[in-house]
Write a protein that binds this ligand. Structure first.
Ligand SMILES: [Zn+2]
Length: 372
């Protein structure tokens, strides 16, 4: 391992005081379990940037550390979200989308181009950490029994879930798509959700093809629906809860820090309570450090694309994994891997943010090329 950098300072933080190692965060939940089962997710909406790359490397580094300290086998499930919106259309002031997968199926997007960066990164991290990984497409995820049972519970108790899942307007976004043209109405103005006997009925309307109904059987496959982020992440918490017993596993979600803090306290925790999941059965949620731009905001590829150097004067390779790898090879990943293993090894390093300039210091100049 490289020498720790001397220019970092660590403010005292509560959780770092509470733990001797990061494994302490999962120790009780792992007791008596046969394996660690870790999930993480990403939208397949392009080339991963440096923030996404470090998040995924940190997930493997943390999993490897915990598997080693607990002496348990571990698997990482990568939820690839091919249901991410890839086309946005406004019709009569309503917002409609089509998904990445529908555009790939229609020949409008290159599926390999959408996913190759992620698969390359996951394969590299798996080989480096010796932790196995599996990909789970959204089409598979949305059919799983615990995920659909959670959907049914939400449909049955919409008045209880609406303030949690849609605090601004009360419209819970569970989105079917038009069977003829696959348009999805994003903001659920035309949506009616009905809980039937072991079935959820989604009634909506297409601006071109009129009203339609999607039938979602709870105990069976078939039918398809998109769910917005709060609905999907509550379903994921329910799935991880169920997987504790399905796999005799310690279920852990590891994600970027957007999904901790306010998200966890205002969405996930209240929803688990409404679902009547006792605290002892809650899945463990861990969050990787946030990568900050120079103003203290989350490093954002979309802001870089929109504002360019005005937003951040960064090497283009920072915003595109394919470019980082094509140009500078695996050395750059190895340097970032060494850093994320340090995060995994020490609570004070895991529970903090890092600036993009800090990551720059880890990469030798030949990794970075000329500034754009
Ligand atoms: Zn249609």
């Amino acid at each position: 391992m490289n020498e720790p950098l001397s220019d970092l300072y660590f403010a005292p933080t509560g959780i770092a005081h509470l733990t001797h190692t990061n494994t302490d965060l999962v120790r009780a939940a792992a007791r008596g379990r046969a394996q660690l089962r870790v999930t993480t997710a990403a939208q397949l909406n392009g080339h991963p940037h440096l923030g996404t790359v470090t998040t995924i490397l940190a997930v493997f580094a943390l999993t490897a550390r915990m598997a080693d300290e607990l002496n348990l086998p571990a698997t990482i499930i990568f939820d690839s979200l091919e249901n991410a919106p890839a086309e946005h259309i406004t019709i009569n002031d309503r917002h409609y989308t089509r998904t990445v997968q529908d555009l790939v199926d229609g020949g409008h997007l290159d599926g390999t181009e959408r996913s190759s960066g992620f698969r390359c990164l996951l394969s590299w991290a798996s080989a480096r950490s010796t932790i196995a990984w599996q990909e789970r497409p959204y089409a598979v995820y949305q059919e799983l029994l615990p995920v659909r049972a959670c959907l049914h519970a939400i449909a049955q108790r919409q008045h209880e879930f609406a303030p949690v899942l849609a605090p601004a307007d009360g419209r819970i976004r569970v989105r079917p798509r038009c069977p003829a043209c696959h348009l999805v109405e994003k903001d659920a103005h035309d949506l009616t959700i009905t809980a039937g006997d072991h079935v959820v009925l989604l009634d909506s309307a297409c601006p071109h093809h009129g009203p339609y109904r999607e039938t979602i059987p709870i105990n069976d496959t078939g039918g398809w629906y998109d769910a917005n982020t709060p609905v999907r992440s509550v379903q994921k918490a329910a799935l991880l809860t169920a997987e504790r017993d399905l796999y005799n596993a310690c279920s852990i979600s590891m994600d970027g820090p957007d999904w901790g803090g306010a998200w966890f306290s205002h969405v996930i925790a209240p929803a688990l309570s409404v679902l009547d999941v006792p605290a002892r059965d809650w899945p463990i949620s861990l969050f990787t450090p946030m990568i900050l731009d120079r103003t203290g905001g989350k490093l954002s590829k979309s802001l870089y694309v929109k504002y360019g150097r005005e937003y951040a004067d960064l090497p283009p390779a920072f915003l595109d994994l394919d470019l980082l790898l094509d140009t500078y090879g695996d050395d750059a990943l190895e340097a970032l891997w060494q850093e994320t293993t340090r995060w995994a090894a020490e609570p004070r390093r895991l529970h903090r943010c890092y600036t993009v300039d800090h990551l720059t210091t880890l990469l030798r100049p030949r990794h970075l090329g000329a500034t754009a």
